[in-house]
Design a protein around this ligand. Structure first.
Ligand code: AMP
Ligand code: MG
Length: 503
């Protein structure tokens, strides 16, 4: 038994999922690795969780983060779930390479899962090795933290470590473990697991757990499980609207990758668009473009319909009435989503109050962007410069949105209608520019930068580009002069066309 530094001996775990019935998971510890090495501890997140970052970064902390020792109070387990992957039904998936250590209550009183991803084989591993490669671990670290800084609900990265062991994919790669923090790891696929087994007691226990944990406000509703469905619909609608507002493409929106808490989860071949096009796909495994940028709302609605299906037996006794109520909730998704998207896009246009026509106004801009190869992030970011030129002498990324368009007059024509709309909502230009800059990030994790950070780490063990990228992404709404290169779109030779999930 290792003695833990004070800060770790006292991790105040309170493991509510582990108290659910045994069939919800498989209890097992992580599989030890030969030579753990620290990549990074997320100090900011450690502090939020009330954990001692120095202790986590110590040799004993490293042993925990690598899965070589289990801290007191943890109750390690792999969660059971099922799912539709690319529309095809898989009755049993489950954590094939992740181990939930337990839950802690953070400084804001929010319960958070602490999970090791890449921690070895489990009863759910099927043919997999239970491990993760360094590249995908760094990608998830970078992109999930960027999402957090963009204020988009997401799982987070508490730490990343190397294992000292190779993993075998198309090539031999260094192995790594990501410590992931989530409001929970419960997915639409978790409900599907029980529903597929006609285990209504399991479904009900899971639903009660989810309500207590994520949606306590629905507990007193007349039909709480229907209210739960509505709550998840709302959370997912708002989440996907936020994705569309930053040009994010998840890439693998399978039902097992759709979080019940409404967080972005399971960063695989995800990517942010440079040039805007609604049909953009990056994932090497998404041949049909099922999860293309603009398809994401329809796909999440489909995933939510699977959740609705699972909840039918517990919504109410009368089957026909349960079906009608659930169908009504799912049919309401487009409207809920459109409202959420309108709020996001109106803010991106510098409007305080969204009204009829604003969605069309934003969509008009975006179709012009698509026709003209305009960079998504720089076009929106540049809108503020039209109202208030940037204080600094213009940098190459601050030339305004016009230069993003192959035919700049396509932008000019739109900008005239935009100005007319702005005139309806009088506001000092300076103030509006501030609001615009707070709604439109200047730094996003562009693929070529993520790729560059991964390449340096994988090929040369050089973590400097990874660290530098994280610090540029830490303040996405600022234009620090030292971060100019992180705001630039890729040169033609830097463009990344495909991303891989690397599992
Ligand atoms: P993902 O595509 O990462 O969402 O994973 C889909 C399913 O495959 C989940 O059940 C994972 O736990 C499992 N899985 C992915 N990679 C591995 C691996 N290397 N070993 C075992 N299971 C894996
Ligand atoms: Mg997954």
């Amino acid at each position: 038994m290792t003695t833990l530094p004070a800060g770790l001996a006292t991790i105040p775990f309170d493991n509510s999922y582990a108290r659910l019935p045994e069939r919800f998971f498989a209890r097992l510890p992580p599989t030890p690795v030969t030579a753990p090495g620290l990549i990074r501890v997320n100090r900011d997140l450690a502090e939020t969780l009330g954990l001692d970052a120095d202790a986590l970064a110590s040799p004993t902390g490293l042993e925990i983060l690598a899965g070589n020792s289990v801290p007191e109070g943890a109750d390690p387990l792999a969660m059971a779930y099922a799912g539709h992957q690319f529309g095809g039904w898989v009755p049993q998936l489950g954590d094939g390479r992740a181990i939930l250590l337990g839950e802690v209550i953070d400084r804001d009183g929010v319960r958070r899962d602490v999970q090791l991803k890449g921690a070895g084989r489990t009863p759910f591993s099927r043919g997999g090795d239970g491990r993760a490669a360094l590249g995908p671990v760094l990608r998830e670290y970078i992109v999930s933290e960027a999402m957090h800084r963009l204020d988009i609900p997401t799982t987070r990265a508490l730490a990343a470590v190397t294992t000292g062991q190779p993993v075998y994919r198309e090539t031999t790669l260094p192995g790594a473990v990501l410590t992931r923090v989530a409001r929970s790891h419960i997915r639409v696929g978790t409900f599907q697991y029980f529903a597929a087994r006609r285990d209504s007691d399991g479904t009900r226990s899971l639903a009660d757990h989810v309500i207590a944990r994520h949606y306590p406000e629905v507990a007193d509703a007349e039909r709480p499980y229907l209210a739960l469905l509505d709550a998840v619909i709302g959370a997912q609608a708002r989440l996907v609207a936020r994705w569309l507002g930053v040009g994010f493409i998840h890439g693998v929106m399978n039902t097992d990758n759709t979080s019940i808490a409404g967080e972005t989860i399971d960063y695989g071949p995800c990517a942010f668009m440079d040039r805007y096009h609604p049909q953009t796909v990056f994932s090497s495994i998404d041949h049909a473009g099922r999860y293309a940028f603009a398809n994401q709302p329809a796909i999440v609605q489909w995933n939510l319909a699977q959740l609705a299906q699972c909840l039918l037996p517990i919504i109410e006794e009368d089957e026909d009435q349960a079906l009608a109520a659930a169908q009504h909730a799912i049919d309401g998704f487009p409207e809920v989503f459109e409202t959420a998207l309108t709020v996001v896009l109106a803010a991106k246009l510098g409007l305080t109050e969204a009204r009829d026509g604003d969605l069309a106004l934003a969509q008009d801009l975006m179709s012009r962007m698509a026709e003209n190869g305009a960079d998504f992030t720089l076009t929106f970011r540049g809108l503020a410069d039209l109202l208030e030129p940037p204080a600094e002498p213009p940098q190459s990324d601050a030339l305004g949105p016009r230069v993003q368009f192959q035919d700049p007059t396509a932008f000019d024509a739109w900008a005239e209608t935009w100005q007319v709309r702005l005139a309806d909502e009088p506001r000092p230009a300076k103030e509006r520019a501030v609001a615009l800059r707070a709604a439109n990030p200047s730094v996003i994790p562009r693929n070529h930068l993520v790729e560059e950070a991964i390449r340096a780490a994988e090929d040369n063990g050089d973590l400097a580009p990874f660290e530098a990228l994280l610090s540029a992404l830490a303040n996405p709404y600022e234009e620090a002069p030292e971060h100019t290169r992180y705001r630039q779109p890729p040169r033609p030779d830097q463009v990344v066309r495909q991303t891989f999930c690397g599992t």
